[in-house]
Design a protein. Sequence first.
Length: 341
Amino acid sequence: MERTVLGKTGIEVERLGFGGIPIQRVGEAQAVETVLHAVERGVDFIDTSRAYTTSERRIGKALQQTEKRVVVASKSQRKSLDGVRADLEKSLRELQREFVDLYQCHFVRDEQDYEQVISSKGAFQGLIRAKEEGLIGHIGITSHSLDLLDRILDDGLFETIMVCFSFLEPLAGEKIIPKAIEKRIGVIGMKPFSGGVIDSARLALKYVLSQPGIVVIAGVEHKELFDENWEIFQGNYQLDDGERRKIDEIRRTYGKSFCRRCDYCQPCTEDIPIQMILGIRSVVKRMGKETIRGGWLPKAIDKARHCSDCGECMTRCPYGLAIPDLIKENLEWVDEQLKLS
Ligand code: SF4
Ligand code: SF4
């Protein structure tokens, strides 16, 4: 069990935080109970988002029932100044707070998104104002693109970054995380189980926690799952030879089928959000089947149905994924789910 400081924010928290995605897929009473249990056991960093439907409200309810001090982080996908302001006000209402410790620009996909975010009428300016007004403590950003995060670290506008990090997506550990730490930009590692692909909590958490200086967020919807993670957090993170072999085995199994969300395959000639389609099963697993019918996924699915099999994306995927075939497989799976529901 270790604590760390999120770079120049000065926020000091336990290195295992609570991720707010899975509590959407259970009833409210269970969700509130799980958050409260985690906080009572010692969690002092909780991350959520405007995009996670009921998550902010449930976390807000749970935190009303405890005296413990918890650092709360939320985020918005809106790119404009007015848009992020509207989202922040909604976040504050849902969380039942007058102040959020960290507010992040959520899922900034590429340079184009980023330029919009940092423009004079962009979300970043909206968050600067909110910080001056005392509504938020610090400003962060989240992205799946390591190239973009690299630029963000060079620009130095944001106080924290959130990056995918697991033994199936280890690249951030080589370049992004050390650079961020050197620049005193706080690092929050997301998706330690690679969106539910890694079954072994022990292997997954030991791997990410063995990277010093970062906070890792793990989402759970049951007290029992939380206790399992918390027990691992309290142990040592040294992987033994057997565990390393097991990790290599899992890496081999998923080597040619697991999308690392790096976006190097873009741009797609049909504007298909490839990483979203290849990761669709894990999104549905974490956020529930309704996501196929509502929100942003149906649009992505429609686009994917227009894949022309041109193969251009495959020439750019560093992991050699057979992208058009994987898109077809995932669309077949989606159609089955639609028939079943
Ligand atoms: S094969 Fe499909 S996904 Fe790949 S670039 Fe062509 S249209 Fe896009
Ligand atoms: S398909 Fe390949 S290049 Fe595209 S996001 Fe996934 S791992 Fe990266």
